[in-house]
Write a protein that binds this ligand. Structure first.
Ligand SMILES: O=C(O)[C@H](O)[C@@H](O)[C@H](O)[C@H](O)COP(=O)(O)O
Length: 246
């Protein structure tokens, strides 16, 4: 049973700093325990702010970046290097400044990659990469998610057929959030992570965060739980409809 913890901080800047600090600690602990760490990144504004903040965090120097595996929870199915790709944005915000082992940066395929514009084949290719360690999915230490205004996480949108996918990855068509075609981890894959961190800031997330935390199962965010812990990392505005712990 996943333990849910809700952390509320004053604003988006403090939220980005809080999440960045937690991520450093989580990676350092994972490396102390087993010499490596596996982190799933996400797209969006607050996620980008977290990565950018981490770049200037002195404690990040405690991480052996050559022993970190980076994955993505979803990707916009666009040509490699496209400014709207989550990978492009993550590289610009942080990754290009780190001494990462390139083979351990597991970007989702681009629409000009080996499978061309066949999103299903590209999703299957990523499922194959997830299996490289021998299991269906690697032991993700932390899987980060932004939360959409409609309660989507990764590219899992409310009442979208992709929610019925039972494999480890899926192609998404007719995404309500542009671009229309995406690749995503499925909800079972998200739920396999040791910890899932849902990160949301701003008043445009008040409704979806409040509904998800109040158990509205129509919102995919309400299903995004980690195997051991689920963290909701929020600023005050996003948490406005969340009942405060007494
Ligand atoms: O590819 C994407 O668009 C993201 O993975 C998506 O799931 C994002 O995390 C949320 O839409 C929140 O985005 P914001 O933090 O920018 O609101």
């Amino acid at each position: 049973m996943s333990k849910t913890l809700v952390v509320v901080v004053p604003d988006a800047d403090i939220l980005a700093a809080t999440v960045a600090s937690r991520l450093v600690a989580k990676i350092v602990d994972a490396q102390a325990e087993r010499g490596t760490a596996s982190v799933v990144l996400t797209g969006g504004r607050i996620a980008g702010k977290v990565l950018h903040t981490l770049k200037d965090l002195p404690a990040a120097a405690a991480i052996d970046w050559s022993h970190v595996d980076l994955w993505w929870g979803d990707e916009r199915f666009l040509p490699s290097g496209d400014a709207d790709r989550n990978e492009t944005q993550a590289r610009a915000a942080l990754l290009d400044a780190l001494p990462l082992e390139e083979a351990r940066v597991h970007a989702m395929p681009a629409s000009d990659g080996p499978d061309g514009d066949d999103a299903e084949a590209a999703a299957a290719r990523y499922a194959g990469e997830l299996r490289l360690g021998g299991a269906d999915v690697p032991p993700f230490d932390v899987l980060m998610l932004g939360v959409g205004e409609d309660g989507h996480v990764a590219s899992l949108f409310p009442e979208h057929p992709v929610l019925n996918e039972t494999g480890t990855t899926a192609a998404v068509h007719n995404s309500p959030k542009p671009p229309p075609t995406r690749i995503t981890l499925t909800m079972p894959t998200i739920q396999s992570a040791d910890e899932v961190w849902l990160i949301a800031a701003g008043p445009d997330k008040t409704e979806s965060v409040g509904k998800a935390l109040n158990g509205d199962k129509l919102l995919p965010a309400a299903h995004a739980t980690g195997a051991s812990k689920t963290y909701w990392l929020l600023d005050k505005a996003a948490a406005a409809n969340v009942a405060a712990k007494s």
